[in-house]
Design a protein around this ligand. Structure first.
Ligand code: ATP
Ligand code: MG
Length: 390
């Protein structure tokens, strides 16, 4: 993108992928007066259901990509496992943000970790395992560890915790001997993430540091308020996230996930080349949301530093909530009315027809005047919904 001539409202913004992130991008783009086009094979995809245009083909389909390029003045992605080649194809026709090369790095844990090294940001000690020789050569100091497939993992899928060499060998075999990274299991004190948005002109802004609680490998709760993370660590995390984005010459919204270890040090975990679940609170707690930042970066509009106006807690609403007591009986509608009777609750549902355990169905943002009040209300909402206290 040249950056000189922004795409103004009235233009059409395209997105590869029709999941919930695409849906919330579409909402933000439409609110600003843009038209939208979504490419996703699923006729009921959350973003396809609300977009002006919905192209129902696979990501690699040349006709589908040509249609998307034909309809759109610029294209973005909402799903990190969209083949980078599809972005390259589109990039030859239209401005694409983020660019295929940056997405390709984020799609591959080995390439991603090499990039962290180039940026001087520490990550967990690791080894790449792509062959039997590399498996045999693994340093015992990496055990106990987590074996992760280099590609296509999300929500803790494609991961296996291993304590011994035997378990490691078995886990690699069970993964089909695909390229993997073995990471040392680190003693975590907490997890946090930072969302940055970088324009084609190099301007870079960020959302405040998010403190995240994962359960069973899936994000469960995000808390964002003054003091959620020690101030020096928050500063370090923002600086590291910006240097990772700059190193990629990144254009778009990027999420960087971090671990804070028990000794107080900060370690980068992974990046997502798109808005992120941990940034959803920004829809109701900040004057600019992560989805508006995505619109602005791809349209070449100015970026202004977002301001959080309310302390916030975000609760993920997984499909499990539709099945109280773990029954496999008929799904039951969660107690939305009772939750919405609490002050400062903002319900976001993704329009997915079938609730399934572990499936992200929506999220609840809770805002309040103080962090204590946001937390107290979020705990009340959690109790009503059957989400374990945090
Ligand atoms: P997502 O895409 O949902 O963020 P993912 O499948 O890419 O998840 P990771 O972020 O790599 O998975 O790991 C999921 C969670 O597992 C982390 O948030 C953390 O709680 C735990 N975890 C991962 N790697 C390590 C590690 N090296 N040491 C300790 N815990 C870890
Ligand atoms: Mg993760």
């Amino acid at each position: 993108m040249s950056g000189a001539q922004p795409l103004l409202p009235g233009a059409t913004l395209g997105v590869l992928g029709g999941g919930q992130l695409g849906r919330m991008f579409v909402h933000a783009a439409q609110a600003m007066g843009y038209f939208t086009a979504v490419l996703d094979a699923d006729p009921n995809s959350p973003a396809g259901l609300v977009s002006h245009h919905h192209i129902r083909t696979a990501y690699e389909d040349p006709d589908g990509l040509a249609q998307l390029a034909g309809l759109s003045d610029a294209v973005t992605t909402e799903f990190e496992n969209v083949p980078a080649q599809a972005l390259r194809t589109l990039g030859a026709e239209r401005p694409v943000a983020p660019a295929a090369d940056a997405v390709a790095i984020a799609q591959d844990r080995a390439a991603e970790k090499a990039h962290f090294g180039r940026c001087g940001v520490p990550c967990a000690p690791y080894a790449v395992i792509a062959s039997a020789a590399e498996l045999a050569a693994v340093d015992a100091a990496l055990l106990p560890g987590i074996l992760k497939t280099a590609r296509m993992g999300y929500d803790g899928k494609g991961q296996s915790r291993v304590k011994t060499r035997e378990e490691l060998a078995d886990a690699w075999q069970a993964m089909g001997e695909v390229p993997c990274v073995l990471e040392k299991m680190l003693p975590l004190a907490l997890e946090c993430s930072v969302i940055v948005a970088r324009g084609a002109d190099g301007a870079c802004v960020h959302l405040p540091v998010q403190r995240n609680l994962h359960r069973a490998g899936i994000l469960a709760v995000t808390e964002v308020h003054e003091g959620n993370v020690p101030a020096d660590l928050a500063e370090q995390a923002v600086a590291a996230a910006k240097s990772i984005a700059e190193g990629l010459r990144y254009v778009g919204v990027l999420c960087v996930e971090f671990f804070v270890l028990q000794d107080g040090s900060l370690v980068v975990n992974e990046i997502a080349p798109r808005p992120h679940n941990s940034g959803h609170y920004s829809q109701n707690a900040c004057d600019v949301s992560q989805f508006e930042l995505q619109v602005r970066t791809m349209a070449g509009l100015p970026l202004t530093q977002p301001r959080q106006h309310s302390p916030a807690v975000m609760l993920n609403l997984l499909g499990d909530l539709w099945f109280p007591q773990g029954t496999h009986a008929q799904p039951q509608t969660p107690a939305w009315a009772a939750v919405l009777a609490l002050p400062g609750t903002h319900l976001h549902l993704y329009g997915k027809a079938d609730a399934k355990p572990g499936r992200k169905m929506g999220h609840l943002n809770v805002t309040a005047a103080t962090a204590e009040a946001a937390r107290a209300t979020a705990l009340q909402a959690a109790a009503l919904l059957g989400i374990e206290a945090f």
